[in-house]
Design a protein around this ligand. Structure first.
Ligand SMILES: [Zn+2]
Length: 485
């Protein structure tokens, strides 16, 4: 026994052309005993591929007709030739007739050009949803895996491999990057147009713009460059501790002006118009230290408290162990745990000079001979020396964290636990065998951050091109048709 299903799709355009497609699927009863109820993924692929082919052909045909008349004299332009164009969609690759219209000889005598209307609606030879979906998956998981996931659910051609995913991801990344570059350029020229959405409440923690910025190290694939390169990862936003961290940006350009431009662009998106308090929180990396100086004033730089705390923590552990076990060094350093805690307390309250002095004398104390506990003392000494160097070189950026904390302001970058950092990490750092080009990594991250900022779709749907300006109204393609490119 079997049931035969017929699926019919019918379309009609403004020229009165109709399009009808029928598709039959046979379903036997026997398969029910195997638990196969209803349509399967494979059936779905087959159905959607057939319907898509009908719809795309009809739309391509209609659009080509829209673009046939000369925009100046409204007569039909002559045909140059017909070829076949393959358009890749989420529901398979569709072959369509691809006409080329000559430029009107009456209006443009002597000119010998042609236009391919389908190129306008499909510049990538793929629909934008497919480009976007591929890029989004490619930014989230290894390219090979993304290609498999796509093929699992969609009637994708077997030739669309990880190389296709990579190519599309980088192309979309480049498109987003170009867009941000153009916007950045505009931001720079508009910095005087100051209509900030400022809340004039003194002491309001929402008034402060916080830039949490960090770097991620990525293994380089380029044979002639260093083993690693850095990506700058940041979030820009308003609001205090516990509130969402704001917009993400990632850039592979570590030049001061590049980081500043990206920061200003992101800040502008969250309401910054060139004045107001900006606070940059970083771990004190050299390339990030230069940012606050390049920003409009007032911009303050503070060291991420988390980074300081993480340098003190192992020292505390060793000291606690010494005290608990009352081992040899305890006799010489009976107050070591309290001394370290005191250094931490001073740093938390921004008393850097005092903390540095305390740390110096603590290190002097550690230099005396310590019997057989040499190892823990040597370790403590080296950790203490690192902390001292860190405190000295970041002296001006270690502030009263206690006060900021009580005021509800951020004292640490929210990046440590943020999605981007774990993503840069998961996608690029953790898998040690994976190597990246700076260009590829930068472009991939443009896709990832646009997605995290919730704007990937909108940014890609911005009109790609304008139709000919004086095209007759009825033949002017409607925005949705254009945007579908
Ligand atoms: Zn003409």
């Amino acid at each position: 026994m079997a049931v035969e299903w017929t699926i019919t799709i019918e379309g009609k355009n403004e020229f009165g052309d109709t399009c009808r497609k029928e598709l039959r699927i046979d379903k036997t009863w026997e398969r029910l005993f195997d638990g196969d109820v209803g349509l399967s993924v494979e059936d779905g692929k087959k159905i959607m591929a057939a319907l898509q082919s009908a719809v795309v052909n009809h739309e391509a045909e209609t659009y080509a007709q829209f673009r046939r008349p000369c925009p100046d004299c409204h007569t039909f332009r002559p045909v140059k030739d017909y070829t076949t164009r393959r358009i890749r969609t989420v529901f398979g690759t569709v072959k369509v007739r691809n006409p080329r219209w000559m430029i009107c000889r009456d209006c443009y005598p002597g000119m010998d050009g042609a236009l391919a209307p389908l190129k306008e609606i499909c510049p990538d030879r793929a629909m934008s949803e497919l480009m976007e979906l591929t890029a989004r998956l490619g930014s989230m998981m290894p390219y090979r895996q993304a290609a498999k996931v796509l093929a699992e659910f969609l009637p994708i051609e077997p030739t669309e491999s990880h190389a296709t995913v990579r190519k599309r991801t980088i192309r979309i990344g480049k498109r987003l990057d170009d867009q941000i570059m153009r916007e950045t350029w505009r931001v720079r020229s508009q910095m005087d147009d100051r209509h900030q959405l400022e809340m004039q409440l003194p002491g309001d923690r929402r008034k402060e713009f916080v830039v949490s910025i960090d770097t991620a190290h990525v293994r380089s694939a380029e044979p002639n460059s260093a083993r690693n390169f850095e990506l700058v990862v940041a979030r820009c936003g308003r609001g205090g501790r516990g509130e969402p961290g704001g917009r993400y940006f990632v850039t592979g350009s570590t030049a001061q002006h590049a980081i500043r431009d990206r920061t200003l662009h992101s800040l502008r998106e969250v309401g910054y118009r060139g004045f107001g308090d900006v606070t940059v929180i970083s771990d004190g990396a050299e390339i990030l230290k230069r940012l606050p100086r390049a920003m409009p004033k007032p911009t303050a730089h503070i060291i991420d408290w988390f980074h300081i705390a993480m340098k003190i923590q192992p020292m505390q552990q060793i000291a606690d162990h010494i005290v608990r076990s009352r081992s040899d060094p305890f006799d010489a350093l009976p107050t070591i745990d309290r001394d370290i805690r005191a250094v931490k307390w001073r740093l938390w309250h921004g008393r850097v000079d005092r903390a540095i002095r305390d740390l110096e004398s603590l290190l002097t104390g550690l230099k005396q001979p310590q019997g057989n506990a040499e190892f823990s003392i040597a370790r403590l000494h080296s950790l203490g020396a690192q902390l001292l160097t860190y405190a000295r070189s970041n002296r001006g950026a270690i502030i009263d964290y206690g006060k900021r904390y009580r005021g509800g302001l951020r004292v640490a970058t929210t990046l440590a636990e943020s999605a981007v950092n774990s993503l840069v990490g998961k996608r690029m750092v953790k898998k040690q065998q994976m190597r990246w080009s700076l260009h590829g990594a930068h472009m991939l991250m443009q896709v990832r951050t646009a997605e995290l900022n919730g704007e990937l779709r909108n940014r890609l749907r911005a009109p790609l091109r304008q139709p000919e300006r004086n095209a007759p109204l009825i033949f002017k393609p409607k925005p949705p048709l254009l945007r579908a490119a």
